[in-house]
Design a protein around this ligand. Sequence first.
Ligand SMILES: Nc1ncnc2c1ncn2[C@@H]1O[C@H](COP(=O)(O)OP(=O)(O)O)[C@@H](O)[C@H]1O
Ligand SMILES: [Mg+2]
Length: 142
Amino acid sequence: MFYLSNTPEETFNLGKKTVAGLRGGDILTLSGELGAGKTVFIKGLASGFGIKQTVRSPSFNLMKIYKLPEQKNIKHLVHLDCYRLKSAQEVINIGLLEYLGAPNTVCAIEWPEKIAPLLKKFKIQKIKISILKNDRRKISLN
Ligand SMILES: Nc1ncnc2c1ncn2[C@@H]1O[C@H](COP(=O)(O)OP(=O)(O)O)[C@@H](O)[C@H]1O
Ligand SMILES: [Mg+2]
């Protein structure tokens, strides 16, 4: 299934709507080149979860854990951006495995290919964003 997005707002809203179908333990990966809109989509997720805090790209601190308002038995949204990662060990060191697949947590992961071995044993919802032209994006969900 795929969607076409013409604006950042449309991508944000798609992320926001995606929340309705999520359950604790879910892991979403977001692939696509720099500037595709992966972080925009995750900002939409956070908004859908009722997170009021500003969601920034965690490229510099790798992992951000957002506490959710009481809802849906999901307590945390973990936003991981592996772009600058040199080895999967780095995310193990900062405690990712406590959250990955945990029943009260949803994880959204940018540049998942950097930690592919850690993700192998999980069922992943893969989102791929491709830049078409200017602000147009193709967003595939599976
Ligand atoms: N249709 C669109 N969907 C998402 N972002 C878009 C779109 N059109 C333009 N943009 C812009 O592209 C950039 C995407 O940034 P970001 O989400 O940080 O990318 P990524 O996390 O994939 O590197 C933003 O500056 C955003 O305004
Ligand atoms: Mg990003």
